[in-house]
Design a protein around this ligand. Structure first.
Ligand code: SAH
Length: 209
């Protein structure tokens, strides 16, 4: 019974994402394949397919499905790319990315969140994810450069170390601002520097150094 209602809630959520402007069918199918209820605690399981952010441990949140879809679509991922993600959290966004690219390198500052996320990746047989617990502000220099970087916590400014690890022609999607107001930026690295434009006002937990 639970499965049937989850399925119909999921279909309703996907319709809502489409109506909100998510048109990339790869992104929509990646979301359709994932059981979001596995990424939230038991008390929130009933809300897993509502289009809202939900609390996870350590005062963090699993992002709103629309924001996950929007940021993933904006990243314009190709199947052969490796993607760097900062802020693993529940691992939900990571699991969406992993279905669209060759490998995801993901960084989380809380070891316990990372351990839980990693057990979900194993359960879901997502084997193209490499995860590490450390400060994402520093990026992952050993694996740089990246053609794609996604940050899922709000930085006060565009992090320089991450720009440095972006390939020329590469794209970074990053929420920037303080608790008063943030916006998702699309940052493209060019020969001359960076080209940044604002895509959407949002509210994320802060990126903490
Ligand atoms: N993408 C996640 C959203 C998690 S919220 C999901 O789908 O569930 C943002 C996450 O960024 C939190 O888990 C927080 O602990 C983490 N974070 C904050 N600052 C960080 C830093 N400097 N390095 C790595 N992770 C960080």
């Amino acid at each position: 019974r639970q499965l049937v209602s989850d399925q119909s809630r999921k279909i309703r959520l996907l319709m809502e994402l489409r109506q909100g402007g998510i048109s990339d069918t790869q992104v929509l199918s990646a979301i359709e394949r994932l059981p979001r209820e596995m990424f939230v605690s038991d008390v929130f399981e009933g809300q897993a397919y509502e289009n809202s952010a939900l609390p996870i441990a350590h005062g963090q949140t699993i992002s709103q499905p629309f924001v996950v879809a929007f940021m993933t679509q904006a990243l314009e991922i190709g199947p052969r790319m490796k993607v760097l993600e900062i802020g693993t959290g529940s691992g939900y966004q990571t699991a969406v990315l992993a279905q669209l690219c060759r490998r995801v390198y993901t960084i989380e500052r809380y070891r316990s969140l990372l351990a839980e996320a990693e057990s979900r990746f194993v359960a879901l047989r997502l084997h193209n994810i490499t995860a590490i617990a450390r400060d994402g502000y520093q990026g992952w220099p050993e694996q740089a450069p990246f053609l794609r970087i996604m940050v899922t916590a709000a930085a006060e400014e565009i992090p320089d170390a991450l720009v440095a690890q972006l390939d020329v022609g590469g794209i970074m999607i990053v929420p920037v601002g303080d608790q008063g107001g943030q916006e998702i930026l699309r940052v493209e690295k060019t020969e001359k520097g960076i080209d940044a434009r604002s895509l959407l006002p949002v509210r994320f937990v802060p990126l903490v150094e």
